[in-house]
Design a protein around this ligand. Sequence first.
Ligand code: ZN
Length: 271
Amino acid sequence: MRNIVALGTVALLFLAGPTTSFPPQASAGSGQPPYRYRLRTVVLDAGHGGKDRGCAGVKAREADVALKIILALGRQIEENMPEVKVVYTRKTDVFVELADRAGIANKNNADLFISVHCNASSPAANGTEVWTMGPHKTDANLSVAKRENAVILQEDNYQERYNGFDPTSPQSHILFSLYQSAHIVNSIRFAQKVDRQFRTTVNRPSRGVKQAGFLVLWKSTMPSVLIESGFLTNRQEELYLNDKANQSYMASGIYRAFRDYKNELEANSGE
Ligand SMILES: [Zn+2]
């Protein structure tokens, strides 16, 4: 409990602190050359892996589908944007702890963190969701974060590593959701572009851009999104997501959102 209270204090400090604009704007007449932002490094995070298979359909497993979409996305960025460094939290079927995924992003001074997952619910549920860190508005949103955060139960010493976070407790999720507030504007900016691409060019049913407290986004110190690429518990969507061409379409939608986001931030940062 003590840890949760301490965490709440930190979260409130985050809220009370000055709003951060990113990229920072050069102040007029300062005599300094204007700051010119360049998006140099992106971290691509395939959810789950190794002993953690994630959710499942009849045949497809979340860990495999997420990895295939992430690898296709990485290839597209590497081929079209040689100036961007692509860092993967995993490129094979291995288990990576949630805190280490953010740690990889921070260590590489990444400009953007993209995590890809698959969803699970009743057989009728379908569609994409793009998530950023923020307080959940509905119990349904909380349940998605709870399912993704429950992975830490498979990690050693998770209570120490995650400041007493309890993946089954709504209170824990509310407190954690307040992190990342410095990057919320650009996280949502990118999330909206991904959602738009899914709807208009990839032609996927969309459930929209949403907020909840995802542990994998918690400690990353850059704009971060988590993409639920569809429901493996829906038979049609499982067949769609388990297809190589469709994985590539999904990746190209995320790629175009990434390209537009990069261009927009760089153009806005001045010459
Ligand atoms: Zn997942």
